[in-house]
Write a protein that binds this ligand. Structure first.
Ligand code: G3P
Length: 223
């Protein structure tokens, strides 16, 4: 399973990268705005800065919703760095753009997927990744994880090469269930990635090991 971080914060990306388990980054216009990144030059420079931190897979989203401009933006974003994956929304013009851009060897992440039909269309058009937003489905009392399971089954049935990128992951259980179901990628905030490390019994167990060591060793803990 690949781990992507869902943020445009360079410090968070660096922190996750330093952990040694990061396979990529997803951004979106809301995450870029949260970092105060505006204006084409600044946005492109920011994507370049992200690419300079990680090894691969930096999703950069187009803003256009008409075919001509999705294609233009997609090609421009792809030129920033070989690590860029162009993020295209699940709309009719987006599907046409996925077909065209993927034929130009530009990797596409089709975003804003909320049902299996949308995922099938994006996969057939040639997307490298499809991004179902499971947390946002949960937000409206629909079962986000059920969608992941359904997509995994369908993609397995047909051997689709498109990877299922579980997005809008809000907590550890989301991520663990996605792993159980066989999602290819999970993108989540830094808090979720770091939260995977934690268990209260790990903390109390370690505290006791160190205390017991000190009962019979007067010198400091060896380094
Ligand atoms: O990658 C998609 C993600 O950013 C959406 O997450 O938490 O805004 O629903 P959220």
């Amino acid at each position: 399973m690949k781990f992507f971080i869902d943020t445009a914060s360079l410090s968070e990306i660096q922190e996750a990268y330093d952990l040694g388990v990061l396979d990529g980054v997803t951004t979106n216009p809301s995450l870029m705005a949260k970092e105060g990144i505006g204006g084409k030059e600044n946005i492109f420079n920011h994507y370049k800065a992200i690419c300079n931190i990680v090894d691969n897979n930096v999703s950069a989203e187009v803003i256009a919703t008409d075919l001509e401009n999705i294609l233009r933006e997609g090609r421009e974003l792809a030129k920033i760095d070989d690590k860029i994956v162009v993020k295209v929304p699940m709309i009719k013009e987006g599907v046409k753009a996925i077909k065209q851009l993927s034929s130009e060897d530009i990797r596409i992440n089709c975003t804003l997927i909320f049902n299996a039909g949308q995922a099938i269309i994006a996969a057939k058009a040639g997307a490298s990744y499809v991004s179902p937003f499971l947390g946002r489905l949960d937000d409206i009392s629909m079962d986000g994880l059920a969608l992941i399971q359904q997509m995994v089954r369908i993609f397995d049935n047909y051997g689709f090469e498109t990877e299922i990128l579980a997005a809008s992951i809000r907590n550890n259980l989301h991520l663990i269930h996605c792993a159980e179901m066989g999602a290819d990628v999970a993108t989540c905030p830094l808090s979720v990635i770091m939260g995977l490390l934690k268990h209260p019994l790990t903390d109390s167990g370690l505290e006791k090991f160190i205390a017991d060591y000190h009962k019979v060793n007067s010198e400091a803990v060896p380094v």
